[in-house]
Design a protein around this ligand. Structure first.
Ligand code: NAP
Ligand code: PAF
Length: 307
């Protein structure tokens, strides 16, 4: 297959390496255009892979069989929209990121749109990406043009297992949203690993229950939501959540697509979500403080409560 990977960071590079190893014709698409992108991955088995792959080639884009988008959620809409007119109309676009809401930001597109999420873990360390944990990638349709793409899931499965196709991914996507709502902002609040959230069971359960109320109103099953979240906390006990990593690095977080998405849905339904709302405000204040520091508009010497 001809595949373009938009976003050549931690997740993008493990996909580029895995797809290239399976003899797919892959190119990366970089924010700052370049003829090549360097892929440097340490695999799960510790094997170092170094590839120089083509990048930002419009000809390859015009003959693409898949656009795989591995950007942070807030980068997706603006970056993807520029590529769509250059893609064949039948080329599936797969959005693979934490959180929800990019589908709505993209609006109607002529290509089949797929959304997905993954539990693989990869992190950038210097010039190299380390694939630190195997996981599962779930994909499913995100617009009406997207019929059955289970064959695509099978092709991706060959490269970076496991991949599951869902005819309807709504419930799984909301469950993943619940996991991220309960874990990510709370690890920022307590500046702790995922596992340390076991010290705050009431906080975790309150966040879960608010998500469950919104999911129930969406007509989705919620019986096992607390158990699902606690299972992820146990399975990822040593992890530093992606949101805490972003906050520590003073980067923008994905809060608008995680808790923010939940709050927008809750508001439409008239459901109160005080625990999630409070955490959302807290993360936004931290983001704004970091943004002010980056842009140099902060008044030096100002004391910021809670930052
Ligand atoms: P990342 O390392 O920051 O990768 C994003 C990449 O996209 C960066 O290389 C960035 O380049 C590039 N980029 C930004 N804007 C762009 C644009 N307009 N055009 C082209 N490239 C652009 O992030 P990640 O860890 O791979 O995460 C991607 C998504 O996967 C997130 O939603 C994350 O939550 C999710 N996820 C990640 C993991 C993981 O283990 N890494 C696991 C599960 C889910 P610059 O750095 O130069 O801006
Ligand atoms: O965002 C993350 O860090 C992950 O999605 C999760 C599941 C919370 C594990 O760290």
């Amino acid at each position: 297959m001809n595949i373009t990977v938009l976003g050549c960071g931690a997740l993008g590079q493990i996909w580029l390496a895995a797809l290239h190893d399976r003899q797919h014709q892959v190119q990366g698409w970089l924010r700052v255009p370049h003829a090549h992108c360097r892929v440097a991955v340490r695999t799960l088995s510790g094997q170092p892979l170094h590839y120089t792959l083509p990048a930002n080639d419009p000809q390859r884009l015009a003959h693409c069989d898949l656009l795989l988008v591995t950007l942070k959620a807030w980068q997706v809409a603006s970056a993807t929209v520029h590529l769509l007119p250059h893609l064949p109309p039948d080329c599936p676009v797969l959005l693979l990121h934490n959180g929800l809401g990019t589908r709505e930001e993209l609006g109607e597109i002529r290509q089949p749109l797929l959304q997905g999420f993954t539990t693989h873990a990869a992190r950038r360390s210097g010039q190299q990406v380390e694939h630190v944990a195997a996981g599962m990638t779930h994909i499913g349709p995100a617009n009406a043009r997207c019929g059955d793409h289970s064959a695509l899931a099978a092709a991706l499965q060959q490269a970076l297992p496991d991949v599951a196709w869902h005819n309807d991914i709504t419930h799984s996507a909301w469950q993943k949203l619940a996991v991220n709502c309960a874990i990510n902002p709370l690890t920022v609040e307590y500046d702790c690993t995922n596992g340390a959230l076991a010290n705050y069971p009431e906080r975790v359960n309150a966040l879960c229950d608010e998500v469950a109320e919104v999911m129930a109103r969406e007509g989705l099953p919620v019986d096992d939501l607390r158990a699902t979240v606690w299972a992820v906390i146990a399975a990822t006990a040593e992890n530093t959540s992606s949101m805490l990593q972003d906050i520590r690095a003073r980067r923008r977080t994905e809060i608008d697509y995680i808790t923010g998405y939940l709050l927008r849905a809750a508001r439409r339904m008239g459901i109160a979500t005080p625990e999630n709302s409070r955490l959302y405000e807290r993360i936004k204040r931290k983001e704004q403080y970091h943004e002010q520091q980056r842009s140099g508009t902060d008044l030096s010497g100002t004391w910021h409560r809670g930052n």
